[in-house]
Design a protein around this ligand. Structure first.
Ligand code: TXA
Ligand code: MG
Length: 312
């Protein structure tokens, strides 16, 4: 088992020492727990991929302290800057051209000409960036193909024996990975829906917002099956069979619920935790209530579709 240490000055200095030594550390963010390592250290980035068992063509999000640090690594246009000014720190990742001469290891960006950047809002990830003084590459802290972790216990179970330290600061507030966008030709292209909704992106940018998830694969994370529970999963349920672990929403109850009151923010925060519990239950299959595809419901439905897609 990795050491699980409560968030605080001791945990952060221990984590910063591991980062300086080129080791990955699991740390909470406002979205999900991340597996962070020094993005400028090639060997450290290799260790992230190794710990996750992740195919190496999948590029990572680089977490930075602020817009200035982001602009030292990526080339920002006006629209990128206005999105960053309004929504950072927070659950938004901007894909921009990778600045030439940036020290980020090319493996972290999978050698693409672009780089995915985010300023996280969570105190633990912020403290770790400050203490290590480095941009931190961090994918979700789960074995590749597994369900994203929203609690320290999920990380410890998924990456058992593969990492040294998990910083525990309780469950993640948003519970879904960041919204990923790229500004292309005066439009905001959503590469991965997430906690920042299309409506909000349109408001702050004043630009049209388009969804790339039905188009060609631009973000490798859009591979159909990505956030998979082990058991078969049925979506849009209006009732549950006896052999199904029912995950309800609103009026439809079950073995568990995403939100009894039908609240989408609460449902997003509970989603991955509910899938972890469903996998651990005694029932052979899982069914999830219909979730309205509006606002944050778009991102919830995106993750559910991927979780239900057959393993490729
Ligand atoms: O909320 C989050 O974003 C979490 C926390 C830890 O920050 N991180 C996360 O990372 O979800 P990960 O590695 O599981 O997902 C990164 C996604 C992948 O779908 C990847 O394909 C996409 O970001 N990505 C990274 N760099 C990219 C780039 N240059 N162009 C397009 N997509 C990129
Ligand atoms: Mg992931």
């Amino acid at each position: 088992m990795p050491e699980v240490r409560r968030y605080g000055a001791i945990a952060i200095s221990q984590a910063a020492r591991l980062i300086a030594a080129g080791q990955p550390v699991a740390v909470p963010t406002e979205t999900v727990y991340g597996l962070a390592a020094d993005a400028t250290d090639l060997d450290a980035v290799v260790r992230i991929y190794a710990a996750k068992g992740r195919p190496s063509f999948n590029p990572l999000i680089v977490h930075v302290a602020d817009l200035a640090m982001a602009e030292s690594l990526g080339v920002f246009g006006d629209a990128d800057r206005s999105l960053a000014a309004a929504l950072w720190p927070g659950p938004l990742t901007l894909v921009v051209p990778h600045r030439s001469g940036s020290l980020v290891a090319s493996l972290a960006t999978a050698g693409l000409g672009s780089i995915a950047l985010r300023v996280p809002a969570h105190r633990a990830m912020q403290a770790l960036i400050a203490a290590s003084g480095r941009p931190l590459a961090a994918p979700s802290a789960n074995a590749s193909g597994g369900i994203s972790p929203t609690r320290a216990a999920h990380v410890a179970a998924s990456l058992r024996g593969r990492i040294a330290l998990v910083i525990d600061d309780g469950p993640c507030a948003a519970g879904l990975e960041s919204t990923i966008v790229r500004v292309v030709d005066g439009r905001v292209v959503v590469l991965r829906p997430g906690p920042v909704t299309a409506e909000r992106l349109g408001e702050v940018s004043g630009l049209p917002v388009v969804d790339a998830s039905d188009g060609p694969i631009i973000a490798p994370g859009q591979l159909a099956s990505h956030y998979a529970p082990v058991k078969p999963l049925r979506l849009h349920a209006t009732e549950f069979a006896a052999d199904e672990w029912g995950i309800g929403f609103g009026a439809l109850g079950g073995d568990d619920t995403l939100s009894g009151g039908g609240d989408l923010t609460q449902a997003a925060a509970h989603l991955f935790d509910a899938l972890h519990r469903a996998d651990a239950s005694k029932k052979p299959r899982i069914a999830v209530a219909d979730i309205p595809a509006v606002g944050l419901g778009v991102a919830i439905n995106d993750r559910l579709r991927r979780a239900a897609a057959p393993q490729g």
